[in-house]
Write a protein that binds this ligand. Structure first.
Ligand SMILES: [Zn+2]
Length: 106
């Protein structure tokens, strides 16, 4: 039980990283892993995961009382997810995807 809770953060981080990469590669044709704006977005998302008030004991974000993404960043992430989400289901069917999806549902 403890382990399930503890391992929740990293798959999420990995998932968001992969999704932003997919999105960026397709739309921005970056020289590196991400273009600058996608790197910002990733860092932002990463920070939100890291500093989430509940840390590793956080409830799933759907139930989380703190809405920790700024509206514009949230919109960016949603764009990424709209593009990468369906593709993720094929290539990375587990990961933290379901949890992330809940977070950005309206
Ligand atoms: Zn990009």
């Amino acid at each position: 039980m403890k382990n399930t809770i503890k391992s929740r953060i990293d798959p999420e981080k990995k998932t968001i990283e992969i999704m932003i990469q997919m999105y960026c590669k397709n739309f921005h044709n970056p020289e590196n892993r991400f273009c600058l704006s996608c790197l910002d977005l990733f860092k932002y998302a990463e920070k939100r995961l890291k500093y989430c008030q509940f840390g590793e004991n956080k409830p799933t974000c759907k139930k989380c009382p703190i809405h920790c993404y700024k509206p514009d960043m949230r919109e960016e992430v949603r764009k990424v997810m709209r593009y990468a989400g369906p593709r993720m289901l094929y290539s990375h069917p587990i990961m933290g995807f379901r949890h992330l999806l809940n977070k950005f549902k309206k």
